[in-house]
Design a protein around this ligand. Structure first.
Ligand code: PEP
Length: 255
């Protein structure tokens, strides 16, 4: 039984003052929500992590805290970076790894993503590992090959026990922040393929326990249909996570 997860990736948005407001509004919007049925995570920028952590804990909110990235080294001369140990100390549960913006804008490779995934597990963090194809890869029918490579490379040397808890986010790059979404059928087909790849990497039992999210312009208006697909276990939400009412409506769209 996979508990669906709706995770909000705030990207480089919101000061820590604004983060307080957004989390409080979200707490209000989801006051009656059953978090045992649908898990909800917020992934603010690093400058708001401490604020978010204390607010969530002090107000006994049931949101999980997630980070948007981390470095794979333990410590040292890595100006501007944040380690897994630092996130763990903040009681961060999730860390988004290999987001297409990290891959495309900051040049992260599959190997970097794999190192981060393994270090995250070593620090009791749950990776939300992203994969997805570009527009031209989609047009040339390479979606399955691309996501398969990213999943295989990203999960190298990950044990079956670790794999059970990982979250994978299928995010077609052409859908991120564009207002375009994969059709529910296409999302199901690619996510189903990812699950079958996981079955060959581990086994069917492990594959069926891994949560696979869809991401790419999810809004309250399109969430219901996408999230109703058999293999879609929730959503990674960018733009729409910046509005408490809209994000809460996506959470409530899971039946
Ligand atoms: C994302 O950045 O992970 C994302 C899915 O963004 P958006 O929802 O804005 O397309």
């Amino acid at each position: 039984m996979r508990t669906p997860l709706i995770a909000g990736n705030w990207k480089m948005n919101k000061t820590h003052f604004e983060a307080i407001k957004l989390i409080q509004q979200l707490g209000y919007e989801l006051a009656e929500h059953d978090f045992g049925k649908v898990e909800v995570a917020v992934c603010p920028p690093f400058t708001s992590m401490r604020t978010a952590q204390t607010l969530i804990e002090d107000d006994r909110l049931s949101f999980a805290l997630g980070a948007q990235n981390m470095h794979y080294e333990k410590d040292g001369a890595f100006t501007g970076e944040v380690s897994a140990e630092m996130l763990k100390a903040l009681r961060v549960r999730y860390v988004i790894l290999g987001h297409s913006e990290r891959r495309e804008v900051f040049g992260e490779s599959d190997e970097d993503v794999n190192r981060k995934v393994r270090v995250a597990f070593g620090n009791e963090l749950t990776p939300i590992m992203c994969c997805g194809e570009t527009d031209s890869e989609k047009e040339s029918g390479e979606t399955a090959i691309k996501v398969e490579r990213q999943v295989r490379e990203g999960l190298k040397s990950v044990t079956p026990d670790q794999a059970r808890s990982i979250v994978i986010a299928y995010e077609p790059i052409w859908a991120i922040g564009t207002g375009k979404t994969a059709t529910p059928d296409d999302a199901q087909s690619t996510i189903g393929h990812i699950r079958s790849v996981l079955g060959t990497l581990f086994d069917g039992d492990v594959a069926s326990s891994i949560r696979i999210l869809y991401g790419g312009s999810v809004k309250s208006g399109n969430a219901g249909q996408i999230l109703a697909q058999t293999d879609v276990d929730g959503a990674l939400v960018g733009g729409a996570s910046l509005d408490a009412g809209e994000f809460a409506a996506i959470v409530k769209a899971i039946k």
